[in-house]
Write a protein that binds this ligand. Structure first.
Ligand code: SAM
Length: 251
């Protein structure tokens, strides 16, 4: 996968490109990340990348010409003129990113991510250069870089070969619309609590059922909105009912 990032602060991306799972994927060539800095597309001696908003008001906007030139250069390089690649603007005004969107992006051969700074970008650039806006959440960051890094990291997890265990993304929260079931590691006894007996039993079917039931129950407790979006099958309905009854009888 080829990803082009338009940013005034390419150094920030070392957090993703040099560490952990994403860093290893970049090092192993599973994903290529290139940076396009609008400052390198300026024509004045001060290399200006901001400009005043028409109509006044606080703050500056990203200067149009260097930003547009860098987006076009990124798109041309990433897609190598072969086909149109998606250009995503990280923005608090876009739909909030979720796992479904991440898997959609992860299946693209190329992406360009545009990171805003200052008070954002000229609205006409949205119309002409941007295919989609994506938000990290309903809050305002100082720049799009942290949001782009989150998107990058999540997309890289889906590139074949990036995870030590190929199955782990399949069992992550949201993969089947549910939160992951609780997990335990050593010691077997901690803070007066024991690891559930079934997880020590070696009985794979019993462990599957326990995990499914507790995945449903955890989702019911923490994110009931997710359950509403699902059509549970008979087994899932029964397990959720059991979980709820047991939970209520403990209260
Ligand atoms: C200070 S913000 C601009 C906010 C803009 N004036 C507004 O109120 O909608 C600067 C840049 O940070 C990025 N940004 C801020 N919040 C974000 C969020 N929640 N998700 C993704 N990007 C965000 C965008 O790229 C934006 O252009």
């Amino acid at each position: 996968m080829q990803i082009g990032v338009v940013t005034l602060f390419p150094e920030m991306f070392a957090a993703v490109t040099e560490f952990g799972i994403s860093g290893r994927a970049v090092k192993n060539g599973l994903v290529t990340v290139d940076f396009w800095n609008p400052r390198n597309f300026t024509a004045d001696k001060h290399r200006t990348v901001d400009d005043k908003p028409f109509g006044g008001g606080p703050g500056m906007l990203m200067k149009t010409e260097p930003l547009v030139a860098s987006i076009r250069a990124a798109r041309a390089a990433v897609s190598q003129g072969q086909h149109a690649c998606k250009v995503i603007y990280l923005s608090p005004q876009g739909p909030v990113l979720n796992q479904a969107k991440i898997t959609e992006f992860a299946s693209q051969p190329e992406l360009v991510l545009v990171c805003g700074r200052y008070q954002g970008i000229d609205s006409r650039i949205l119309d002409v250069e941007i295919d989609e806006e994506c938000s990290l959440g309903d809050f305002v960051l100082s720049g799009g870089e942290l949001a782009a890094m989150a998107l990058l990291d999540a997309v890289i997890r889906f590139q074949p070969g990036s995870l030590g265990d190929e199955d782990s993304a399949r069992y992550d929260s949201f993969a089947n619309g549910l939160l992951h079931s609780p997990e335990y590691t050593r010691p077997q006894s901690f803070a007066g609590q024991q690891v559930p007996e079934v997880l020590l039993s070696g009985d794979h079917e019993a462990i599957r059922v326990w995990r499914l039931k507790n995945s449903l129950g955890t989702t019911w407790l923490k994110r009931p909105d997710l359950l509403q979006a699902l059509n549970l099958d008979r087994e899932q309905q029964e397990l959720l009912e059991q979980f709820i009854n047991e939970y209520k009888s403990r209260q």
